[in-house]
Design a protein around this ligand. Structure first.
Ligand SMILES: Cc1cc2nc3c(=O)[nH]c(=O)nc-3n(C[C@H](O)[C@H](O)[C@H](O)COP(=O)(O)OP(=O)(O)OC[C@H]3O[C@@H](n4cnc5c(N)ncnc54)[C@H](O)[C@@H]3O)c2cc1C
Length: 427
């Protein structure tokens, strides 16, 4: 068994396969080091939010299957927490839910519609918060209201992925770091130092997938960037609150996400430059000064009490986006090729579900997991360049323009953003 990529997807898959089939020889081949990709640099939301559109999954598998996927995602949050405890992985995990804030009337309308839709899809745990209820939890400047769901935990992403690599090795899996796979073929993963031959070759390269021959247009590598403040003094935390360490996001079109870290910093992320021409990825996580400036501005707008805080760290990373914005997992039992990813920014929990699903698919087990609606999902590829670059830049230009209109007092979602969603295929 060969797994290409040493992020959460590859490592969870190795973890569960090694547990279920201790005699199976498993190699994880990683081009840099385990956690080099998004798994080591994400926002640390272990969220049950679905990585894809309920409507699209329901179109192929029906409503009941979507409800099962939602329930399985909620269980997955607890599964990750349980394995971290069993394996003594200290990843600063706190499960205290997620708060989403609305800071304009249009955002408030969108949030109400989102909560109503979640309730209609059976998720009654997602509730609206009045402005005072948001402030009781986290004092975000100009918050008009918000929502809360308990199905999310905060974690330190790099600690989880490094801890997981250790757990996988303890289960007898061989990890080959600094070994890039230049091609994947049935039964083979080709590297500069030799070809790994295996009955199954599983691709776990998410945002880097475009770099593998034949897969350039499979999943778009979307950038996300983060800034992290210095540790904030208790006087600042007294003003902000945030005692429960919920994950925090907003519902702008170009949205932000944040967490209060275990060592008292704010880590905040957002889109930055959304996509680089030709599906290029970032260079070792470096991000542009303009992105750092725009994320720092958001930080100061949200938390005036932290306006004087120094930004200690900033970085960027890539996540994988399929053409229909819905994640997939699958194994072709004839060719032995498998894959999982395209989590559109929700991979921290979804990758665990992917790992358990790949285990069942490889071992030929007829479990509820292999019947979930994201399994074996076939999606068309992204457009060739320059259409791909033009399309994604037009999408985010429209989102930012819509955010500006809404900030100036527009009370409903700007039609520009609705149109952009339809054109991008994410409606
Ligand atoms: C800044 C940022 C913030 C995010 N925040 C969140 C969040 O808060 N919550 C959430 O759920 N999701 C978030 N995500 C998304 C989430 O981190 C990813 O979906 C998830 O980590 C994907 O895991 P993975 O193992 O599939 O991919 P990755 O972690 O990207 O791992 C892929 C691995 O494959 C290796 N690789 C690539 N090509 C090759 C090759 N040719 N040969 C060998 N190895 C190769 C890479 O080096 C890498 O280590 C965020 C992403 C980013 C970038």
């Amino acid at each position: 068994m060969c797994i290409v990529g040493g992020g959460y997807t590859g490592l969870w898959t190795a973890y569960y396969l090694a547990g279920a089939a201790p005699d199976l020889r498993i190699a994880v081949v990683e081009k840099e080091f385990c956690g080099f990709g998004a798994s080591g640099r994400n926002g640390g939301w272990l969220t049950a939010a679905l990585a894809g559109s309920r409507r699209r999954y329901a179109a192929t598998h029906g409503r009941q299957a979507v409800l099962e996927l939602q329930r399985e995602m909620q269980r997955t949050v607890d599964e990750v927490i349980a394995v971290a405890a069993t394996e003594s992985i200290d990843a600063d995990i706190v499960k205290s839910g997620n708060v989403t804030v609305a800071r304009t009337p249009a955002q408030m309308g969108r949030l109400q519609a989102t909560v109503a839709a979640d309730n209609e899809w059976g998720d009654r745990d997602h509730v609206l918060l009045a402005a005072e209820e948001v402030a009781d939890r986290i004092r975000v400047a100009a918050a008009l209201g918000g929502s809360f769901t308990p199905h999310c935990a905060r974690l330190q992403p790099a600690r989880l992925v490094r801890g997981l690599a250790g757990a996988v090795e303890r289960r007898g899996v061989e990890i080959y770091e600094r070994t890039a796979v230049s091609n994947i073929r049935p039964g083979e993963a080709v590297t500069a130092s030799g070809t790994v031959r295996a009955r199954y070759v599983l691709r776990a390269t998410e945002g880097f997938t475009a770099g593998i021959p034949g897969l350039r247009r499979q999943w778009l590598p979307m950038n996300s960037a983060m800034v992290v403040t210095e540790p904030l003094p208790s006087s600042v935390w007294d003003e902000i609150g945030w005692e429960a360490c919920e994950t925090l996001g907003d519902i702008a079109h170009a949205y932000m996400y944040a967490q209060r870290t275990a060592d008292g910093r704010i880590a905040l992320g957002g889109r930055g430059v959304p996509y680089r021409y030709g599906s290029r990825t970032d260079t070792d996580g470096r991000t542009q000064p303009a992105t750092v400036a725009s994320l720092t501005r958001i930080l100061r707008e949200f938390f005036p009490a932290a306006a004087g805080a120094k930004v200690d760290h900033a970085w960027a990373g890539v996540l994988g986006v399929p053409r229909d914005w819905c994640s997939t997992v699958g194994v072709d039992r004839v060719s032995g090729l498998g894959w999982a990813g395209g989590y559109v920014g929700h991979g921290v929990a979804t990758s665990n579900l992917a790992g358990r699903t790949l285990r069942d698919l490889v071992l030929g087990l007829d479990t509820p997991l292999v019947k979930l609606p994201w399994v074996d999902r076939k999606v068309r590829r992204w457009e060739p360049e320059p259409l791909r670059w033009l399309g994604v830049h037009a999408l985010y230009t429209a989102y930012r323009a819509a955010d500006r209109l809404e900030a100036r007092g527009r009370t409903s979602t700007a039609s520009l953003a609705r149109l952009a969603d339809v054109v991008a295929g994410r409606d």
